[in-house]
Design a binder for this molecule. Structure first.
Ligand code: CTP
Length: 397
């Protein structure tokens, strides 16, 4: 879960600095990318060489590289990171962070970092209890930083109490939770529709369409992978969902899809309507196979219920609905009007004009239009990569 996450560890002077060696080792084992910066006093507690070897990156302590007089760019480090973790965070560094004292590379990096900042205090019981430390910590929290709270136990001073830096395993699980949008989807109830619907004319003939269901199945897999409970309502396809978080309901017609959506309506938090639902169904479904006659034949059609529109009209403020629009002309304006008329929160537009994208292929090229009026055009990608983009977008809605 931490694969390729960029973690900048800022080590300050505290006896707990020795724990950073095992923290770095755990993060590298989890395939994270780690860079370490230290204060001068931190290097009294653990050598930069140890952390450089474990992190597989140079460790920076000052603005200048001693060997050639080059400058260590603190702005770049702050921009590179997905998170800056100050650990151990000494009382001294916490005080400097709260008042913006810039007297080291570490502090300059902190002051210029654009990423989230977390800090894991480590200090003696009385220092931790001191009103000025408490006030400084409260200030950091007010800045939006998160504290990985210290534990209670034996301290370096021999005293017992609060102030022991969180264990490396706890810090790793904090980082996993913080850096994975997985948490947004964990245990969320998601309903996905996929594939075509078949509208029977007689027992052997139907009106259908060429939808393969691949986009809807890719979405269901992506949600399930992130810990959501997925109800996949699927029209006839050759696909099978494998993830244990996916419950598949197989249906054939638009009316059956509507009934399945209705019976799962209350519990659903996010509706994603990727199915190509027939807009019309034969008015009469003939019980026996229709025999050909000499003359012409007409099939009278009746409108099916627009399921996405139904959801838009009945959803509560805790439910969101996402629709697809497949257009061949006036793509953007048609998609805009679907967003409005179906009261959707997001419309994923695919145009048949886009080369390589379409019903049966493995690729798709989408434009997402949200309720706030934002229109975002994406590159041609595999349907599972498109699913990832859609999941990412939903977290912003
Ligand atoms: N949809 C639905 N129920 C229907 C028809 C469509 O839920 N009876 C959903 C689709 O799953 C899709 C969205 O509505 O998410 C857009 O479908 P589309 O067929 O492109 O739009 P229509 O409203 O049917 O308009 P048109 O056919 O004129 O483009």
């Amino acid at each position: 879960m931490l694969k390729d996450k960029k973690i900048l560890i800022a080590v300050t002077g505290s006896i707990a600095a020795y724990k950073i060696a095992s923290l770095v080792r755990l993060l590298i084992k989890a395939k994270a990318k780690v860079q370490v910066i230290m204060t001068e006093s931190a290097s009294e507690f653990i050598t930069p060489l140890t952390l450089a070897t474990l992190s597989k990156n140079p460790v920076y302590t000052s603005f200048y590289k001693s060997e050639n007089g080059e400058w260590n760019n603190h702005v770049e480090l702050g921009l590179w990171a997905d998170i800056m973790l100050v650990a151990p965070a000494s009382a001294n560094t916490i005080a400097k962070m709260s008042s913006g004292i810039c007297d080291s590379l570490l502090m300059a990096t902190y002051l210029s970092a654009k990423c989230p900042v977390a800090f894991a205090p480590a200090m003696d019981l009385d220092m931790y209890q001191h009103p000025s430390t408490k006030e400084n910590i409260a200030k950091l929290i007010a800045f939006g930083h998160e504290m990985i709270a210290p534990g209670t136990g034996e301290l370096a001073s021999g005293l017992m109490g609060e102030g022991r830096m969180a264990e490396p395993e706890e810090i790793v699980s904090y980082l996993e939770n913080k850096l994975n949008p997985i948490n947004f989807y964990t245990n969320k109830n998601i309903l996905v529709t996929a594939g075509p619907t078949y509208e029977a004319i007689d027992p052997v003939r139907f009106i259908g369409n060429a939808s393969s269901g691949k986009m809807g199945y890719a979405l269901a897999e992506a949600f399930a992978e992130k810990g959501a409970n997925v109800t996949l309502i699927s029209g006839p396809t050759n696909l099978k969902a494998h993830h244990s978080n996916i419950q598949t309901i197989s249906i054939t017609s638009a009316a059956e899809m509507y009934a399945a959506v209705q019976s799962n309506f209350e519990k659903t938090e996010i509706f994603v309507m990727a199915a190509a639902v027939a807009d019309y169904t034969p008015t009469l479904q003939v019980k026996e196979k229709i025999k050909k006659t000499t003359g012409e034949m007409n099939v009278e059609l009746t409108k099916t219920i627009d399921i996405l529109k139904y959801i838009g009209e009945h959803k509560s403020k805790n439910q969101i609905s996402i629709g697809f629009a497949l257009e061949t002309e006036n793509e953007l304006s048609n998609a805009q009007s679907k967003l409005k008329s179906k009261n959707a929160d997001l419309i994923i537009l695919n145009s048949l004009k886009d080369k390589g994208a379409g019903f049966n292929g493995d690729y798709n090229k989408v434009t997402m239009l949200d309720k706030q009026g934002l229109v975002e055009e994406y590159e041609l990608k595999t349907k599972s990569k498109v699913a990832e983009d859609i999941l990412q977008k939903i977290t912003q809605l």
